[in-house]
Design a protein around this ligand. Structure first.
Ligand code: AMP
Length: 484
């Protein structure tokens, strides 16, 4: 692929291929495992709102229930009663729309030569088509179009004799981002890809009767609701097995440089979570502080775009000695505007979601803080809204660098064509969103705010276009008719 073709690939990569935001939870050894997973998923609802699923097992049988909608809508008490057993995994997903959505909801359950396996996966594989073709020529029949099923099929077709060896073998054959939890009738597995793109933590519940429950979750905020104690992260390239015999771990891959998703700290994870060993709140507040140092402007108020801009705005206000005010109020009963498929719905959605506090904004020079500009639609509406409420000046500050390239590793970003910063300069974006000034946090500022060091390396592909995996993988996710 030459440079022009690469560019075209990024421009044309279909939206559907990129949407894979998810949260996963697993529980080992709890009398009501599915209800614990339910609580964990409830805390991870922000990671995906379109479908959710829970699988459970009692050492003999394995049940699996999936549905469209929010976790609490799908898993009523009656439904949870149908998920007995002391082992359970769960998944919440923001996926593609349409008929395939429920089919591709997870956990995916597959009967294999190694027994019944259920899998829940957060992330995106990038060598999808080649692995799939290889498996199909080997006789595999796929039930779904989801990339997670590839992992299970690889396990089923592995020549390794034991299940744990087959899992390690299959994880070595896939490329991309995966934080996964898996279960059989009697065991729980958790693994992270060798680069550690997406988070996955391990915790423990110390039960009143002296027994211990092992928990895995995408974010530690899920542990709090379960009264689980955070123990450690699943390491990049690590595969953990939990059974009646105890916990065993192996490094199935090593020597690959870490590239954990920095956008988890910018936007995706909750500030009350600790991911990659670092509090999200701490990173976000520091982003705001650095943003204030890098691009100060005379003003009267610092106003966050709620909820995504709140923590950075607290840092910005503290650093610049300006008052922090909730000048925009969010209606929490509306879904995220970003994820509405139709542009028209999204445009309307901003007004449904946010409303200005006129008496705070009137006559004021306002610094608005948000986490990111993707297409620019939201920012433009918000700037207009704040000005319409009487603000004298509106200065927009963004707590990360311009988003110039799509994510192939599990964050929902549109194709390059739709990313405003991929196509326009900061000054052109400022004009489009009608702000008095616009500034982004520098890449260096962001990396420092997120504590990058020799033991913590980030993927910044959405800000740099430098993808940690091979370019050949991008070819794999090209639409069929694209020029190669
Ligand atoms: P846009 O109108 O496309 O510029 O949307 C920007 C808004 O979407 C910002 O306020 C972000 O908080 C939010 N946002 C950014 N990335 C994502 C994402 N991957 N999923 C959902 N919302 C996002």
């Amino acid at each position: 692929m030459n440079n022009l073709e690469r560019q075209r690939a990024l421009d044309d990569t279909p939206f559907d291929k990129l949407r894979e935001e998810c949260g996963v939870v697993a529980i080992h050894n709890h009398p009501d495992a599915a209800r614990q997973v339910y609580l964990g998923l409830y805390a991870l609802q922000h990671r995906g709102q379109e479908s959710a699923g829970i699988a459970s097992a009692d050492y003999e049988n394995l049940w699996n229930i999936k549905g469209m909608g929010l976790v609490a809508e799908i898993f009523t008490d009656d439904v949870l009663d149908k998920l007995p057993g002391s082992l359970s995994i769960g998944h919440t997903r923001y996926s593609t729309t349409g008929d395939s959505a429920l089919l591709n909801a997870q956990p995916i359950r597959v009967e294999s030569t190694k027994g019944l396996i259920a899998i829940a996966h957060n992330g995106n594989l990038v060598n999808l088509d080649s692995a799939r073709a290889r498996l199909e020529s080997d006789g595999a029949i796929f039930q779904t179009t989801s990339d997670s099923e590839i992992i299970v099929q690889l396990i089923a077709h592995s020549k390794e004799a034991t299940l744990i060896d087959a899992i390690a073998d299959s994880l070595r054959q896939v490329e991309g981002a995966f934080s996964i939890v898996m279960m059989t009738r009697d065991r729980i597995f958790a693994a992270r890809d060798p680069r550690g793109f997406r988070p996955l933590s391990m915790g423990r519940i110390y039960n009143d009767d002296g027994t211990e429950t092992v928990v895995f979750a995408s974010e530690t905020c899920a542990f709090d609701l379960l009264r689980a104690v955070y123990e450690r992260d699943v390491q990049p390239g690590e595969l953990i097995m939990v059974s009646r015999e105890g916990i065993s771990s192996r490094q199935y891959a090593s020597g690959v440089p870490q590239s954990s998703c920095i956008f988890e700290h910018v936007y995706f994870a909750r500030p009350d979570s600790r991911i990659y060993g670092r509090w999200v709140q701490e990173s976000r507040e520091e982003m705001g502080r650095r943003l204030a140092r890098e691009s100060a402007v005379p003003a009267d108020l610092v106003v966050p775009v709620p909820d995504s801009g709140v923590t950075a705005a607290i840092g910005y206000a503290a650093e610049s000695n300006l008052p922090f005010r909730f000048g925009l109020i969010r209606n929490h009963y509306v879904g995220r505007t970003f994820i509405e498929p139709e542009q028209r719905v999204r445009d309307f959605g901003v007004k449904l979601k946010l409303n200005p506090v006129r008496n705070l904004l009137e006559g004021k020079r306002v610094i608005l803080i948000d986490d990111s500009i993707i297409r620019g639609t939201t920012s433009r509406k918000i700037v207009r809204m704040v000005r319409g409420a009487g603000a004298k000046e509106v200065h927009l500050r963004i707590s990360c660098p311009p988003t110039i390239s799509p994510c192939f590793y599990g964050v929902d970003t549109p194709s390059k064509r739709e990313l405003i910063a991929a196509n326009q300069s900061v000054e052109e974006i400022r004009q489009y969103i009608e702000a008095d000034s616009l500034a982004y946090l520098s890449l260096d500022g962001l990396l420092q705010a997120c504590g990058e060091n020799n033991d913590l390396r980030y993927c910044t592909a959405c800000y740099t276009g430098n993808y940690p995996t091979q370019w050949v993988d991008v070819e794999d996710i090209l639409p069929a008719n694209a020029t190669r």
